[in-house]
Design a protein around this ligand. Structure first.
Ligand code: ADP
Ligand code: MG
Length: 256
């Protein structure tokens, strides 16, 4: 496992500042959520962490080591990502999609080893998708696609998993299933989540992003206050403890 630190992260695109001076830490094996309104900079932050985007300032560190010192291959052995809206572009079988997760481990010749085959089979089984191996990825339902993409990420055998709104377009049972799969992975997880109640029940810590900055962070019960939700999301929130877990759950109204 591995600790993820982001320090002073600032991104400019086309003269606009998208995120500014973002700092966060995901301790080894922790599940850290990033929440915030649409357009607040969550995806921009995550894209810097999985190196799809280069910040103008700031660093991403894995156990204190700057990610920029690593090759793309080395980086991909440590961090696997599920980008937002990644589903739908693969005209491959589910097994082939999962096998892509092995690329960072393979030699330039790209020969598949027994270890690769084993890692893919194990990953598919872990997400309960072994029976989907031969199916065309494009023929899968949203929940099945997401399971296969998680299997691809697990086959990559990373230390850190970065997920951008992994529960979008899933029904509630699938949402809960995806989040518990991720939690059970035991990996260090950084996930943008738009459902605050799911974030509150699944995350160890939350970072609230608004206008490209972190405006609050900490355990869900201390972060998700009525004041913060009014200020950041523009809603009136009533907090009730989840009857089973005790996690804070929110009921929303429009602000008066
Ligand atoms: P979130 O994921 O929280 O919805 P994003 O990180 O996608 O937010 O976007 C943050 C802001 O940056 C938004 O205002 C968005 O329009 C803008 N933005 C994102 N990507 C680009 C880009 N490539 N070029 C210009 N603006 C962008
Ligand atoms: Mg986004």
């Amino acid at each position: 496992m591995m600790r993820l630190d982001v320090e002073g992260l600032t991104v400019d695109i086309g003269g606009a500042r998208l995120v500014e001076d973002i700092a966060l830490r995901a301790g080894s094996g922790r599940f850290v959520g990033v929440v915030g309104p649409n357009g607040s900079g969550k995806s921009t932050l995550l894209r810097c962490v999985y190196r799809a985007l280069r910040p103008v300032a700031g660093r991403v560190l894995l156990d204190g080591e700057d990610l920029r010192g690593l090759s793309a291959r080395e980086g991909a052995r440590r961090i696997a990502a599920l980008p937002q809206e990644s589903a739908g572009e693969f005209d491959f079988t589910a097994a082939e999609v999962v096998a892509m997760g092995r690329l960072p481990h393979q030699s330039a010749a790209g020969r598949t080893t027994a270890a690769d085959t084993e890692a893919c089979a194990t990953a598919l089984t872990r997400v309960g998708a072994a029976h989907l191996a031969g199916r065309g990825f494009l023929t899968l339902s949203g929940g099945e696609k997401q399971r296969v993409l998680i299997a691809r990420a697990l086959a990559q055998q990373p230390k850190v998993l970065v997920l951008d709104e992994p529960t979008n377009h899933l029904d509630i049972a699938q949402q809960l299933e995806v989040l518990s799969l991720v939690r059970d992975s035991g990996l260090t997880v950084l996930a943008a989540l738009h459902d605050l109640n799911l974030a509150a029940t699944h995350c160890d810590e939350l970072y609230v992003v608004a206008g490209g900055r972190v405006v609050a962070s900490g355990p869900p019960h201390s972060v998700l206050t009525a004041e913060l939700l009014a200020e950041v999301f523009g809603v009136r929130a009533h907090r009730v403890p989840h009857p089973a877990s005790g996690a804070p759950q929110l009921l929303f109204d429009r602000l008066p």
